[in-house]
Design a protein around this ligand. Structure first.
Ligand code: MD3
Ligand code: FE
Length: 202
């Protein structure tokens, strides 16, 4: 296991953790995930569609509609979620360990002005396990707040190939994506950003 490049409020950032070849391999594996489990725009409880498009791999997928946020065993089309690609699990084993593997790999796709408002990740049973995030494609302005809503925040740019681990004190901090910098990466044909978040669900 390697050392983080920087630590912001307990959030561990591994800059450039994935070289170009590994990023390309991830994109190819994710293309297959999206073929089996097409992207959709979850609805917020307020009845507005999220600007980020999503799908999942693993035993559970994250889902949202007017009834709320939750993990589901099946894609909204009815099929089980595809398995988490081996290339993705390898990143978790390197930085988190082999004791437990993630149950869910949420795939977030950001295109044309998509963003994600400040929120906590608290739909999981055990906050003792960290969340791991992988950034691919265009750079994103990531905002880190506090364990309660409001207060001062800190922002940092996440670039393609960066990996972030949120464990311990950082696991329940509010966070969000303010904006994407179009044209900042050539990884994805047609531009945009993909973020993977790996979570232990139950
Ligand atoms: C800090 N995704 O899917 S990843 C999410 O870039 C989510 O798509 C963002 O927030 C994205 O829930 C941010 C970085 C991240 C992920 C999970 C966290 C930061 C976190 C959980 C706890 C604290
Ligand atoms: Fe989150």
């Amino acid at each position: 296991m390697t050392e983080p490049t920087l630590k912001v409020r307990g959030v561990e950032v591994y800059k450039g953790a994935l070289d170009g070849a590994r990023q390309d391999a991830l994109v190819a594996a994710l293309r297959e995930v999206v073929r089996q489990a097409p992207l959709f725009s979850p609805m917020t409880p307020y009845g507005k569609a999220m600007t980020v498009r999503m799908t999942s791999a693993g035993r559970y997928g994250w889902y949202a509609d007017r009834k709320g946020y939750r993990y589901e065993r099946r894609h909204p089309d009815g099929q089980a979620w595809p398995p988490i690609p081996e290339e993705v699990l390898e990143i978790w084993r390197d930085l988190v360990g082999r004791e437990r593997l993630p149950d869910c790999c949420l795939v977030n796709v950001y295109r044309d002005g998509a963003r994600m408002g400040m929120h906590q990740d608290r739909d999981e049973a055990d906050f003792g396990w960290p969340v791991l995030s992988v950034s691919l494609g265009d750079s994103a302005l990531f905002r880190i707040g506090n364990t309660t809503r409001g207060g001062k925040t800190e922002s940092l740019w996440l670039e393609s190939g960066d990996v972030v681990v949120m464990g311990g004190e950082a696991r329940l901090v509010y966070h969000g994506i303010d904006r994407i910098r179009p044209g900042s990466s050539t990884l994805l044909e047609g531009g945009g950003r993909i973020n993977l978040t790996l979570r232990v669900v139950d």
